[in-house]
Ligand binder design. Structure first.
Ligand SMILES: [Zn+2]
Length: 243
């Protein structure tokens, strides 16, 4: 990031004192990150980033999480600085699983990511609308689809679980079961197969977003956003990006 007016290294997600930082960014001068953890992303900071820089920050946030060295979040200061406006850098589509909270895994704060959570991290029209809002209206640069290991929804789709409204949701995951090449035990009891299907499910969700949302596909073609898949490993805390 040499030569970039913003200090991207001091912390993963750009931070600076709100007024001073924003003014410094607008003026194109280096931000002195004394107040590094105090504020949420400003519009100038978010708008200055490319989709690849946002992805890079996510990777560094996950590295801090894995190292047990997350940032010292001042949530009250983040709340104050984002109350009048939000400029999140990304929208994350992840599973409801209690062990896969995106903000913690990526070490982000209040006002920095939109989050859509649904069992099996699938896409549907309402989620597409949410992601279109996040990117086309609110300026997010990345759509991150996050699957995870040992996903109960994926195992349920494999085993054809029937339960109220869950049945229809699992139907959306089923194409991933069929599309996963795997020789051996193709049941929900086989953790390796479940994870392989979860990976396929992420890929199919990314494809479905592009196919079913001309708005998002168009933004990606223009280079304004990136749509990427990822898999979170519950065991080692690693988030592996697929692109
Ligand atoms: Zn899950």
């Amino acid at each position: 990031m040499a030569g970039h007016p913003l200090n991207l290294d001091r912390r993963g997600w750009l931070k600076a004192g709100v007024a001073a930082g924003t003014a410094a960014v607008m003026a194109g001068v280096a931000v002195a990150p004394n107040d590094a953890q105090a504020a949420s992303l400003s519009q100038a900071q978010r708008d200055a980033m490319t989709p690849d820089q946002v992805i890079d920050m996510m990777k560094r946030g996950n590295a801090r999480f894995r190292a047990g060295k997350p940032q010292k979040h001042d949530y009250l200061a983040q709340k104050r600085s984002s109350a009048l406006g939000q400029y999140p850098a990304a929208v994350i589509l992840s599973c409801i699983d209690s062990r896969a909270p995106a903000e913690i895994i990526l070490d982000t704060g209040i006002g920095e990511t939109f989050n859509g959570r649904i069992a099996g991290n699938i896409s549907n029209n309402d989620l597409l609308g949410s992601m279109e809002f996040a990117c086309a209206a609110a300026g997010a640069k990345v759509i991150l689809v996050m699957g995870h290991t040992a996903c109960g929804a994926v195992a349920g789709a494999i085993d054809n679980v029937q339960l109220g409204h869950l049945t229809g949701l699992l139907d959306v995951i089923k194409p991933a079961v069929e599309a996963t090449k795997y020789t051996g035990d193709r049941s929900g009891k086989n953790a390796q197969f479940v994870d392989a299907v979860a990976r396929t499910n992420v890929q199919l969700t990314v494809e479905a977003i592009r196919k079913n949302s001309p708005i998002l596909a168009g933004l990606e073609k223009e280079g304004k956003i990136k749509i990427v898949g990822s898999m979170y490993d519950l065991t080692n805390g690693m988030l592996t990006f697929m692109a």
